[in-house]
Write a protein that binds this ligand. Structure first.
Ligand code: PHE
Length: 386
């Protein structure tokens, strides 16, 4: 009888104690880069299937759309924090959105982990913002290594989207590394939403480049590629992780065939045991291979959940202290060491940045869907000249 009472008591206190931990996902579900938000959300849902509870508490995902806009990116973080009372946020996707939203998160002391924002300023000088991906000095450097050393490219025209922190930064880091190798780079500029690039392409072609390097996002990159081919450009088309969406091919068609771009992950070059499991689960659920954005968002959720678990196992009482738990979570995210993710083993350094290899993919327009972005190489941190 006594025993039964004890069991009942334990069960009762466990049930009473189990809380719901809200985790925000602030993503561009509509607007210009919605393809990336959709893919990230799919990745998060697969991760959630693997880990729906943390330290015995149920996790509840709260999805908030930033509409691919900077102002909304900031509003969404405020809403997640003050109205939804989330313990932490997964987001955002574009660097400009993570910068706008990150300023709010930092002020409100709520941890945010970006799956894919690569601009260095996103985490710089911040305590609460981290990321599951590498940063652009490294991505731009890797593009320079690949272009110069693997493709033998010497003369490049870079196309920079002046409205995107991501594009401006990436171009600059590429130029720095490429010039160190002895290569030549000129720049032309455009803006998000532009449709006609014939003026920039005409200027670019006057320099007779071996390659054009487009550091913006897929909608404009695909159109620039088309117009460059229409105007007779025969050289290499190069890009960054802004290329990594099937829409690049939908908009660009044959023009993007053979383009190379740097990115975070390639489903054909699975990095860990968990990558294989992730690819399988994702394909079963969505009937298509996962993109880098899905993989990184999957990783961001798991890093957040694992960090939350470490925080709560050190101090279970924090479950009743939302702000205390946020503080502990922000610290634990930065204690992530050798964490097995779908995109590889992830260590987050003291700046909040993940240190990882860069993957190079090549576009094969006429290949079966899961080979259209094929694995073309890898560049490791040691190979970058700064
Ligand atoms: N690394 C890119 C960035 O920081 C990620 C991205 C690519 C976001 C493409 C949106 C679209 O902005």
């Amino acid at each position: 009888m006594k025993k039964l009472f004890l069991v009942a008591f334990v069960v009762f206190s466990l049930v009473a104690f189990a809380a719901t931990l809200k985790v925000g996902a602030v993503l561009p579900m509509t607007g210009g880069i919605s393809a990336f938000g959709q893919m990230a959300w799919e990745g998060i849902q697969v991760a959630y299937e693997l880990k729906p509870t943390v330290a015995g508490h149920e996790v509840k995902l709260i999805l908030i759309d930033n509409r691919s806009e900077k102002t909304e990116a900031a509003n969404a973080v405020a809403r997640a924090t003050d109205k939804e009372h989330v313990v932490g946020i997964i987001g955002q996707i574009a660097s400009s959105h993570s910068l706008a939203g990150g300023a709010v998160a930092e002020k409100k002391h709520v941890p945010m982990i970006s799956p894919t924002s690569t601009n260095p300023l996103v985490t710089q000088g911040k305590k609460y913002i981290s990321r599951a991906c590498f940063i652009d000095p490294f991505q731009g450097g890797a593009a320079a290594v690949f272009a110069f050393k693997k493709l033998g490219v010497k003369n490049v025209v870079a196309f920079t989207d002046v409205e995107q922190d991501y594009s401006v930064g990436l171009t600059n880091y590429f130029i720095k590394a490429f010039k160190k190798f002895g290569g030549k780079v000129r720049q032309v500029f455009y803006k998000t939403g532009d449709q006609d690039f014939t003026a920039q392409v005409s200027i670019a072609l006057k320099y007779h480049p071996d390659a054009i390097y487009i550091t913006g996002y897929y909608p404009e990159a695909a159109l620039i590629s088309r117009q460059a081919r229409q105007l007779g450009f025969k050289g290499y088309i190069l890009g960054g992780d802004g290329f990594d969406a099937p829409e690049l091919i939908k908009i660009g068609g044959e023009a993007v065939d053979g383009a190379y771009f740097t990115t975070h992950y390639n489903a054909n070059g699975a990095a860990t045991e968990l990558s294989k499991k992730f690819v399988k689960m994702y394909k079963e659920k969505y009937g298509k291979p996962p993109s880098a954005f899905a993989a990184l968002a999957f990783d961001a959720y798991l890093i957040l959940a694992d960090s939350l678990e470490r925080a709560l196992s050190k101090n279970p009482e924090l479950v009743n202290d939302l702000q205390g738990l946020r503080e502990a979570l922000a610290k634990e995210i930065r204690n992530t060491k050798n964490f097995e993710g779908a995109s590889g083993y992830i260590t987050i350094n003291e700046n909040g940045d993940a240190v990882k290899s860069v993957v190079v993919a090549v576009v094969r327009v006429n290949a079966p869907t899961d080979k259209q972005f094929d694995f073309a190489g890898i560049v490791n941190p040691e190979e970058i000249p700064f």
